[in-house]
Design a protein around this ligand. Structure first.
Ligand code: PBG
Length: 324
């Protein structure tokens, strides 16, 4: 006689959902929004069907849609006018820059939690995430000063949390100290701690017009052949004061999330990036795979150990989760 019959717990949806190990809630989702300088803009991003760039005057409606889907978190990316790009990315910390104005607009009309991406690649004329030395090397310590100023300007404009995505060494310490000096001791930092130099960011660079003009990001983002290095990067950011540790991309890097999970006592986030979105979205739209694949993929990120997920599917998942 068979004593052990694991199928007993799979007989119907009621018993399956009673013993389910992983769940997904709208509360854990963060929606990325591209804000573009200009007026009356809601333009679809070619490489990311269903995702748009918005000008500030078009934001309120979008924020309402996000909240209606049960999602309480957005992360902002800025796209300044072409003429506002320079070698040092100075428009990144302009108190009247695109992100700073967007924060004020959102905060005036809603109570949604606003996180900002802190990086220079959308603001430099060369498209790198920092300041270049004459030989093309991204100068780590000079870049830290500009990043810190940028983070402070976001928080001064009303951002609830900052998320540095530059992958400079010492970035969390630099941000923590400028925020603390300015009495923002309670503003959390979500570190893009483990960010690989990934081909999966391709569609984002079209969306944000932020591809490096020359070279690539392999001199600062992580080598995707490496796994132990993720432990070093995550531990450093924790030590420097990061409040949330992010791994990016998500689906192809579940091994990294799962490996870090028992070591990192801080909350962990996963970023399901633009390339992941576009691959899934196009396959679903073509009818090649079931739409349920999207939910399954996000469950996989949670099962691996993520507490929160940044995802372009946040609104769709939110609507879906409200129904089930
Ligand atoms: C800025 C930044 C990037 C992403 C998040 N912040 C692009 C990059 O590093 O090239 C990627 C997000 C995505 O692909 O969805 N440095």
């Amino acid at each position: 006689m068979l004593i052990e019959r694991p199928r007993r717990l799979r007989i119907n949806e009621q018993i399956r959902s009673l013993v389910r190990e992983t769940r997904l809630s709208t509360k854990e989702l963060m929606y990325p929004i591209f804000v573009k300088d200009g007026k009356g803009i809601k333009e679809e991003i070619g490489a990311m069907p269903g995702q748009y760039r918005y000008s500030i005057d078009m934001l309120s409606e979008e924020i309402k849609a996000v909240q209606e889907a049960g999602v309480n978190h957005v992360i902002l990316f800025g796209i300044p006018f072409d003429e506002d790009h320079d070698a040092c990315g100075s428009s990144a910390h302009d108190p009247n820059g695109i992100v700073q104005r967007a924060i004020r607009e959102i905060k005036e009309h809603s109570d949604i939690f606003v996180t900002t991406d802190v990086c220079l690649c959308e603001y430099t004329d060369h498209g790198h995430c920092g300041i270049l030395d004459p030989d093309g090397y991204v100068n780590n310590d000079k870049t830290l000063e500009v990043l810190a100023k940028t983070a402070l300007s976001h928080v001064e404009a009303g951002a609830d949390m900052v998320a540095p995505s530059d992958m400079m060494d010492g970035h969390i310490a630099a941000l923590r100290s400028i925020l603390d000096e300015n009495n923002f001791v309670n503003t959390p930092i979500m570190a893009y701690a483990v960010k690989y130099a990934s081909n999966f960011y391709g569609p984002f660079r079209e969306a944000a017009n932020s591809a490096p003009g020359k070279g690539d990001r392999k001199g600062y983002q992580m080598d995707y052949h490496n796994s132990r290095e993720a432990e070093v990067e995550a531990a450093l950011d924790v030590k420097e004061g990061a409040d949330i540790i992010m791994v990016k991309p998500a689906l192809p890097y579940l091994d990294i999330i799962a490996k870090l999970r028992p070591q990192i006592k801080k909350p962990m986030a996963a970023y399901c990036v633009s390339g992941e979105y576009s691959m899934m979205k196009l396959a679903v739209d073509k009818g090649i795979v079931s739409e349920d694949l999207i939910y399954e993929s996000h469950i996989a990120m949670k099962r691996a150990g993520a507490d929160a997920i940044l995802t372009y599917f946040a609104k769709d998942l939110g609507k879906f989760l409200q129904e089930v």
